[in-house]
Design a protein around this ligand. Structure first.
Ligand code: GLC
Length: 522
């Protein structure tokens, strides 16, 4: 089907935390391969694999040293080929993660730039600038990096003296590429073709909105002024780059798909990125950020449907990913039972909306955020860069529990030590324990995904709100599906029809608080 990406369910694999086949504590490609049947049985259409390229791992692999290979920690290029083939044989598509905003500081281009003088070709591929002040010790601008601290770092010249500064919107080990440079454009064209030729079905594009920088804001910050908009995102040139990639994606047989990570939580802004000649999709982070309140959720869903619909794009829903607090914890805080109940309802809400849904590994197991990792275990650069004020994103990256009641819970061989410690009791979430239990989160996801795939009610992209009173979200899909999510303070009566699925047992035929149901209208 040529437009599979308009209604797919995509499962995000964070390889280092998925399955560790060799016992080094870090998940790997062989591990992913071993669980492909699990993913097929779960009922997803595609997997998105976060970066597996050679990397010093300063930011979990989002610091890429070689875009055309696989880090030995995860396996080999041959393993990647085998995985892509195996996934396809099971009917699963494969998306990779393209990281075009920055390279690793260990990338040969950056190593060459450091060894080359100011004004050289090698430095033109990045953003090197002289500092201000009499001795060049003032950073070119005072923008902050996303991870905390300044977004400029000063280098030391061959003579051992401090030299120019370079821009890094994330960690210093992630120098930003200069997308005005023809080498950069040509390199990424080739990287796309390299992976497309290996059968990859598309890319999730890391910080897709930030590639192009406002040169004036960097070179003459005093003219741009402190109140000017953030000069590193939404620059007009970025759309040109996406167009260029779309042409490459469309020229493949079959055409490939591009989904952008675009932060800002405003779908009308994301929609600017979605054109028949731009990106196919962009995550709707407003949905993820919404409070668990009917009016708020209704607003973000309406906004997204309007904005994406107006440009003919499919909305792209997501509740969790490797950068965000897991939604069980977002919705319930320390109250695991409450968070779980809401997460079950949220899953039925998301999976009934028209468009694409992204699942993050472990959400189908109902994993909460691990909020008490010991300081010494933290690996996210955010922890150091923020001067130990932000703990960072490790709590959603804890290795998955698959089997048994003893760490590492089937994540790796017995007695191997996962790269982040799993909490005691993690075995309660293990997949093998949940699989036979019809009331488990895993069973809910399996049933929901099977219905979404096979029930005629999910056909098409129609959507209409139905009023069922305050605190109740309710909508209908034309093909014959009625969805009710009860965020009010009391159980609600359901419309007449067959209950296809409910996230909690009904209470005398009524839908309890913090529960959702899918109904085939009678
Ligand atoms: C994206 C990734 C995140 C990474 C950052 C820098 O936001 O999702 O994990 O740290 O980009 O590459």
């Amino acid at each position: 089907m040529s437009d599979w990406w308009r209604h797919a369910v995509v499962y995000q694999v964070y390889p280092r935390s998925f399955v560790d086949s060799d016992g080094d504590g870090v998940g790997d490609i062989a591990g992913i391969r071993s669980r492909l049947p699990y993913l097929r049985d779960l009922g997803v259409d595609a997997i998105w694999i976060t970066p597996w390229y050679p990397s010093p791992m300063a930011d979990g692999g989002y610091d890429v040293a070689d875009y055309r290979d696989v880090d030995p920690l995860f396996g080999t290029l041959a393993d990647a080929d085998t995985l892509i083939g195996d996934a396809h044989a099971l009917g699963l598509r494969v998306l990779l993660d393209l990281v075009p905003n920055h390279t690793s500081s260990a990338h040969p281009w950056f190593v060459e730039a450091l060894a080359s003088p100011p004004g050289s070709r090698a430095r033109a591929r990045y953003w090197f600038r002289d500092g201000g002040g009499p001795d060049g010790s003032v950073a070119p601008t005072d923008h902050r990096s996303v991870f905390g601290g300044p977004c400029w770092t000063r280098v030391v010249g061959a003579d051992g003296r401090p030299g120019q500064w370079y821009l890094h919107l994330f960690a210093p080990e992630q120098p930003d590429l200069c997308w005005d440079d023809p080498d950069v454009l040509a390199e990424f064209d080739d990287v796309l073709r390299f992976w497309f030729a290996r059968g990859v079905d598309g890319f999730r594009i890391d910080v897709a909105d930030m590639l192009v920088k406002d040169r004036a804001a960097i070179d003459t910050p005093e003219l741009v002024g402190p109140d000017a908009p953030y000069p590193f995102s939404d620059q007009p040139g970025v759309f040109e780059i996406h167009r260029r990639w779309r042409r490459i994606a469309d020229a493949q047989d079959p055409p490939r798909v591009l989904v952008g990570e675009i932060h800002g939580a405003r779908p009308e802004r994301d929609a600017r990125y979605l054109h028949p000649d731009g990106l196919h999709g962009a995550f709707d982070f407003a949905f993820l950020r919404s409070a668990w309140r009917a009016a708020d959720l209704r607003q973000v869903v309406s906004d997204a449907l309007d904005a994406f619909g107006a440009v003919g794009a499919a909305p792209t829903w997501v509740l969790s990913n490797h950068d965000e607090t897991r939604h069980v914890t977002r919705y319930g805080g320390d109250d695991l039972a409450l968070g779980t109940r809401r997460a079950r309802a949220a899953a039925l809400l998301m999976l009934a909306l028209p468009g694409v849904a992204y699942l993050y590994q472990g959400e189908e197991l109902g994993l909460p955020e691990v909020t008490d990792l010991p300081d010494a275990a933290l690996r996210d650069p955010v922890w150091e860069r923020s001067g130990h004020t932000r703990r960072g994103r490790d709590g959603c990256r804890v290795p998955l529990p698959w089997t048994g009641q003893v760490a590492p819970y089937g994540f790796g061989p017995a007695e191997s030590e996962p790269w982040l410690p799993q909490p005691p009791g993690w075995g309660g979430f293990a997949a093998d324990r949940q699989a036979p239990d019809p009331a488990s989160m895993l069973s809910l996801y399996r049933t929901a995904l099977a219905l979404r795939r096979t029930d005629p009610g999910f056909a098409g992209e129609s959507f209409a709100w139905r009023d069922m009173g305050p605190g109740v979200l309710s909508f209908e899909r034309d093909a014959g599906l009625w969805v009710i999510v009860n965020l009010s303070a009391a159980a609600v009566a359901l419309p007449i029809g067959d209950v296809l699925l409910a996230s909690a047992p009904l209470d005398d035929g009524r839908l309890p608080v913090d529960a959702a149901a899918w109904i085939r209208p009678g």
